[in-house]
Design a protein around this ligand. Structure first.
Ligand code: PHB
Length: 402
């Protein structure tokens, strides 16, 4: 029955804050096991669908999308990549994941992962409410947490749950519910950002190109045969208005130029954004009846393409743990979550940090710094151990059985 403050009250075992890939995949996995969820997000479906994010999925994550019945679209519209190219000193260096570690990754934009998950939940009757306001999470230290929110039509709703999951992204409000004296926030800011573009142009290379140059980093990625995604290192204070198309292309071309005469195929820039990033982890990942998943608990720089993969790993573990908790093991089952999720989080933090410092030029860096970086890059591509390290880290780590 509704109380005076709200128009409706719904009861479900798990309430999820955040309808990004983490929140929706969790709802999907729980739904398959017969556990009802309600997911809320302040953003509209259209907003989430049209916000460009990274695009690399580990093979395990790609397989999970197909095998758990989200969609097999990735097999048709995604593109399997068996390696990447590192460019430095004006030369290309191919890292062959398949040959080195027998693994590959899938280029499949996060926006498509979101679309597939949102469609799957629609198909399966999942409850996802987009565009809500005034979300409040109450009673997380009790065994009867509640979520209140205002729907787009102005009506007020309450969800009564046994567990709440904060999957509300890098500006999470759920993580603030862990009291200041009981949480630790580990973080690192970087003195640069990425200038990201979508351009209407043919592909310039068959794989992703991570380029180091004395002018700074660039990444050449892809979306479709006719639309490409590229990034170059810029100042965090950069304004997109200062960047007409010709200046963007000149900058990108200079960063990938080399003795092999490599040139990017140019075309109209459809979208440009400055993406700031940082490394961040909040511990603990659980507080009472609430757990945190994905970017709400940890963010990584995009260089290692780990963010989406980490989020999907979190919710795989979390679904398992929540099912145990709801299946009779009780709240104690939640104790497993952090140890199982966090080891991968810190491994990914290290890898993302390492890739970032390997390829970017820090402001004020000296000719020594540049040459040392080239030495490190030579060590990576020029030794089997170096290539194997990059291949293992980039393609992800197998989930340990529990
Ligand atoms: C992308 O395609 O947007 C992308 C790929 C790899 C990264 C980051 C972004 O490391």
């Amino acid at each position: 029955m509704a109380d005076a403050a709200v128009d409706t009250v719904a009861s479900v075992p798990v309430a999820v804050i955040g309808a990004g890939p983490a929140g929706l995949m969790l709802a999907h996995l729980l739904g398959r096991a017969g556990v009802e969820t309600i997911v809320v997000d302040t953003r509209t479906r259209r907003e989430i669908e049209t916000t460009q994010r990274a695009g690399i999925l580990e093979a395990d994550a790609a397989r999970d999308l197909v095998e758990t019945g989200v969609s097999d679209r990735i097999l048709r519209d995604g593109c399997e990549h068996e390696g990447v190219e590192l460019r430095f000193g004006g030369r290309p260096h191919h890292i062959d994941f398949k040959q080195l570690v027998g693994a590959s990754v899938w280029l499949y934009p996060q926006t498509d992962v979101f679309i597939d998950l949102a469609d799957a939940l629609d198909r399966d009757g999942g409850a996802v409410h987009f565009g809500v306001k005034d979300t409040e999470v109450l009673g997380v230290t009790t065994d009867a947490p509640r979520v209140r929110y205002t729907a787009p039509d102005g009506s007020r709703h309450e969800i009564r749950a046994r567990y709440v999951v904060g999957a509300d992204g890098s500006r999470s409000m759920c993580r603030d519910l862990v009291p200041e004296d009981r949480r630790v926030r580990y973080g690192k800011e970087y003195p640069f950002a990425w200038f990201g573009i979508l351009a209407e142009a043919p592909m310039s290379a068959p794989e992703l190109v991570y380029a180091h140059s004395e002018h700074g980093f660039a990444l050449i990625s892809q979306r479709t045969e006719t639309v490409q995604r590229m990034y170059f290192q810029c100042s965090p204070e950069e304004s997109v208005d200062a960047w007409p198309d010709n200046r963007i292309w000149e900058t990108l071309q200079a960063r990938v130029a080399g003795q092999d005469g490599f040139r990017l195929k140019e075309g109209p820039v459809l979208e440009k954004t400055v993406l700031r990033f940082r490394s961040f982890v909040q511990e603990p990942m659980r507080w009472g009846s609430m757990t945190l998943a994905g970017d709400a608990a940890h963010t990584v720089p995009p260089t290692g393409a780990r963010g989406l993969n980490l989020a999907l790993h979190d919710v795989k573990v979390l679904a398992d743990v929540l099912l145990k908790a709801l299946g009779g093991a009780g709240e104690a089952a939640l104790d497993e979550y952090q140890p199982r999720a966090l080891q991968r989080v810190w491994r990914a933090q290290n890898f993302s940090y390492w890739m970032t410092q390997l390829l970017h030029t820090a402001p004020g860096s000296t000719p020594f710094d540049l040459r040392r970086q080239l030495g490190e890059l030579d060590n990576v591509v020029g030794t089997r151990a170096g290539r194997t390290y990059l291949a293992e880290q980039y393609t992800g780590w197998p989930t340990r059985p529990h």
